[in-house]
Design a protein around this ligand. Structure first.
Ligand code: NAG
Length: 399
């Protein structure tokens, strides 16, 4: 998009002055995403339109992009009507004229619809199924509580990107394969997702694909709001929360609030199919809150190395599905971790049944030892942290 040069520069200058106070407050990532610098000290730009936002994200310049309003991508790429399907999970299909609501039917992406699934017509917003490519060295930062990206997600395929204080919402919520909010492709290392909110999405809130490049990522202080009238599990809670399938990823997940979700919160390890490479993801989940989960939070598979400590589980049906992979989730304080590179006791999780934890001390030290990386600083509050602290801090409009 072309803008009148003079006018645009003037607007950008005004914006810079107005937001300079907030810019200083944004901090740096802790944990595996700590080398992320995004657009660095580049002068901030406020995109003039959704198309301008897409252009700034995709170009080959370092950018600090400030969002001070809603950028609505719905209806910008037309509507697609096709033959999809009704999977067996949709036991509560929407009734005609019922004013919305019901389970999720599926768009037949990646030939997902099995021949046994009844065919149904699907009509969806095309923009939602195509994430916006994000090039290297970008900061996308909301100002105040106003930043919304509606109807389209981000397709992270390059290193060094910060997404902070932005609400991503409303992406073909009624359809499986309707679109992801944040999709991480092969080269998306050094990514920091902070104070983001995600809601009303058809497919994944977060998806790290099986990319072969080792990715270092921090996801912090974010709200994953699964309340939905189109739940794949037919219980008002979004199923497709977070998928960590990387072949060699290291992820720090801290200070997040996940609520009203029913599955994959997150799913770690395994492979997309039995014939693909097993993923090897290392995940440190600390000081997060899961609340009102009519389903499962963690779903761990072979290849996952997961340390889950200092979290809250409130009204969660199943904090963890099985224990495949190498997982440690202490229900009591565990001093064995002192002998690991963490050099401190592992911190117990709250409101979790002792039976959901692993009592095996050797397993505790072995899992903790995986977090040996040079200078890895576990961002954990070992003392008193209240559930309300996590809830009040997570999401947009808090920084
Ligand atoms: C991003 O920044 C790195 C480090 O400064 C640089 O090597 C690389 O070329 C930059 N990429 C782009 C697309 O600007």
């Amino acid at each position: 998009m072309r803008l009148t040069g003079g006018l645009f520069v003037a607007l950008a200058t005004v914006t810079m002055t107005a937001v300079s106070a907030q810019v200083k407050l944004t901090g740096t990532a802790r944990g595996y995403g700590r080398h992320t610098t995004g657009g660095g000290e580049t002068a901030p730009i406020v995109p003039a339109s959704p198309a301008h936002l897409a252009q700034l994200l995709a170009d080959q310049h370092p950018r600090v992009i400030h969002l001070n309003r809603e950028y609505n991508f719905k209806h910008t790429e037309g509507t697609t009507t096709a033959l999809g399907c009704r999977p067996p999970s949709n036991t509560c299909p929407a009734r005609a004229g019922a004013g919305g609501g019901g389970g999720q039917d599926a768009i037949n992406a990646v030939n997902w619809c099995l021949p046994s699934y009844p065919k149904v017509p699907v009509t969806y917003d095309t923009a939602g199924t195509r994430g916006m490519p994000v090039a290297a060295n970008k900061t996308i930062r909301g100002i105040g509580a106003a930043a919304v990206i509606r109807g389209k997600g981000l397709w992270l395929n390059s290193p060094n990107v910060i997404v902070q204080n932005v609400h991503i919402t409303d992406i073909n919520e009624q359809y499986i394969w309707g679109g992801d909010a944040l999709y991480f492709n092969d080269k998306s290392t050094n990514i920091w997702i902070d104070h983001v909110k995600i809601s009303h999405i058809g497919r994944q809130f977060l998806a790290l694909d099986a990319g072969v490049v080792p990715r270092h990522v921090t996801i912090s202080n974010s709200e994953f709001d699964g309340r939905s009238a189109f739940s794949a599990s037919c219980n008002g809670a979004h199923y497709w929360t977070a998928l960590f399938l990387g072949t060699a990823d290291s992820i720090t997940f801290h200070g997040n609030w996940l609520h009203d979700i029913s599955g994959r919160g997150p799913k770690i390890g395994g492979g997309p199919t039995t014939t693909t490479t097993t993923s090897k993801t290392k995940l440190h989940a600390v000081n997060n809150l899961w609340s009102d989960v009519p389903g499962h939070a963690f779903d761990t598979h072979d290849g996952a190395t997961v340390l889950i400590e200092g979290n809250f589980f409130k009204n969660v049906d199943t904090p963890i599905l099985g224990h495949a992979g190498s997982v440690y989730i202490p229900a009591t304080k565990n001093n064995a971790c002192r002998f690991s590179p963490l050099k401190r006791a592992c911190v117990r999780n709250n409101n979790i049944l002792a039976t959901a934890g692993m009592a095996d001390v050797a397993a505790a030290a072995a899992v903790a030892a995986a977090f040996v990386d040079e200078a890895y600083a576990a961002p954990i509050t070992t003392g008193r942290l209240a559930m309300a602290d996590v809830r009040n801090n997570a999401g947009v409009g808090k920084i």
